[in-house]
Design a protein around this ligand. Sequence first.
Ligand code: SIN
Length: 273
Amino acid sequence: MSYESITVKPISPHIGAEIGNVNLMKPLSNVEVDDIHKAFAKHQVIFFRDQMIDHEAHKRLARLFGELHIHVGPSTESVPLPDQPEIRSLHFDENSKKVSGERWHTDQSCAPIPPLASILYLHTVPPDGGGDTMFSSMYAAYDALSDRMKEYLAGLTATHDGRRAFGPNAPITSHPVVAKHPVTGKKLLFVNASQVTHINEVPRAESDAILKFLADHFARPEWVVRFKWTPHSIAVWDNRCTHHRAIWDYHPNVRSGFRIQIKGSQPPIPAYA
Ligand code: SIN
């Protein structure tokens, strides 16, 4: 794939690329925006370094992908800014008892229309390393399944129950197990270990065994990239085709920044109607 303005350096064969030659502190040209969209569709999670963005620049970047999402419901690990609820602060230090996203997950998959993407900006990272984020490609995870397993999963749906993560008023929604990406048309696995309770069409014990197999499969290193943050880096991940997991190995050091989510445009599309 060729780009007219930015540089795009893949950092693993299946997922993740670092974007260079762009200044996110300023509004972008149409050519830069098109290039960023192309890189995002191809690599599923894109990273920028040395971007000292303020909240306005963060929102401007987010709006390139869609409308800004406001997360409703409790989350003690990230807190909305009082005057700008679309921006959530993530701050972890010696007093933290938990951090955001320590289990493999997609953001709010329990929602009827889950967020399209998330943009995390970290201004402060632990001084001795640590605090990486891992991202897993649900395209590659799907492609690597045996034909027998693909046949088994075709047409199944799963229940995503947000109550464990977000309290008693969180949504409970069924989504297809194998979905089709609305932009690339590629097939992907849309179940995750954090919010999916069961596959709807099979007995519970069978569902438990399949979900356990898939949870191990998603986390295989062949399709996982591990991003090492530096101060003022940004990760933009496609919530429709990736899982992510934050690693809390830096206590009592500080890791701090802001996250914006982008509203989804449609429910996950069944790959097998
Ligand atoms: C999250 O799951 O949104 C947090 C990711 C991170 O802190 O790296």
